[in-house]
Design a protein around this ligand. Sequence first.
Ligand code: FE2
Length: 360
Amino acid sequence: MTKEIDGYISDLPQGCITETDIYTDRGVLLCPRMTIMDSKMLEALSQYKGRIHVIVSFTPSEAHDDDTPEVDNSVTFEDSFKKYAEESLAAIYANVDDVDNLTAGVKEIGNEVFSIIDDSKELFINLSKLKISDEYTYKHSVDVGTMAAVLAKALGESRRFVHDVTISGLLHDVGKEKIPPEVINKPARLTPEEFDIIKTHPVHGYRLLMNSRDITEDMRQGILNHHENIDGTGYPRGLLGDEIGKMGQILSIVDVYDALVTKRSYKDAKTPGQAIEIMFTMSNKFNMEYFKAFLSVINAFPNGSEVLLSSGEKAVVMRQNKSYPLRPVIKLLHNGQIVNLASDPSFLSTVILNFANPIQ
Ligand SMILES: [Fe+2]
């Protein structure tokens, strides 16, 4: 689209292309037509304070100069649901050997999670609105179930599959209840021997649910395979690629992400941005198609949040760039400039370091 500007240099939308020459009010050529107005060009031209008259073209997305960040369309759990899920899980997990009670309780929570996700059109994962608990216990299974459902929906899976992967996610670590508490709760890094014991938890989970009529074999396989890696380096069986199955591949991605952003007794929680960077270095372990879809639903820096840039500037996140969760469209706070971190050539080396207010 084109726009006629009769005003000042500051009225030029960043990223536009001049369709006519720009002259100063004394008739001196300031800028020829077909100039791309990136941030460097705009800064150079900003020396000129007089009026200009020019026609520019721009794509609507680059001209998006609305002052209000887009709505953060993330899965949001009400506090009442979080409380209910937490209490209900505590009761269920107190005796996992009562398998019928376990699966009935988990299905009840899973159905609630599924209906929230099933009713929503486009969903993002913003952990601050989702997390039931900061603790890395059975409570984190709700995060895993929810994220698995969002990812499965983004992949275009059937409603039945989305439902089943939610339940599978809620139960993925149930086998940890069979690991001695002194190993599970050890407030330090595990020895290789202890890690070998931990590695049996997917098998314990599978075995526990083996005779349950509520849990399908696909769901059990998801639980059994949630620590398998595409490149064969996972456990318990070291499966390769498609041997792992869709459910296991989905659970593996969301479980790694959730483990990274959750505080443990021996390590601090990573920010969503740090977690994604780490996951990029491990991407040979994931199904790439699923990992890309995961990146498209992750809101590392949700709309409306204030962030700190590597340049030292602060900005507010305006909207997401799908597939580039670390490079959204932002507005610089000191001058109101809108910058698309995924495409603006002047900002290629600029990264978001963290939230300006770490409580977010
Ligand atoms: Fe696990």
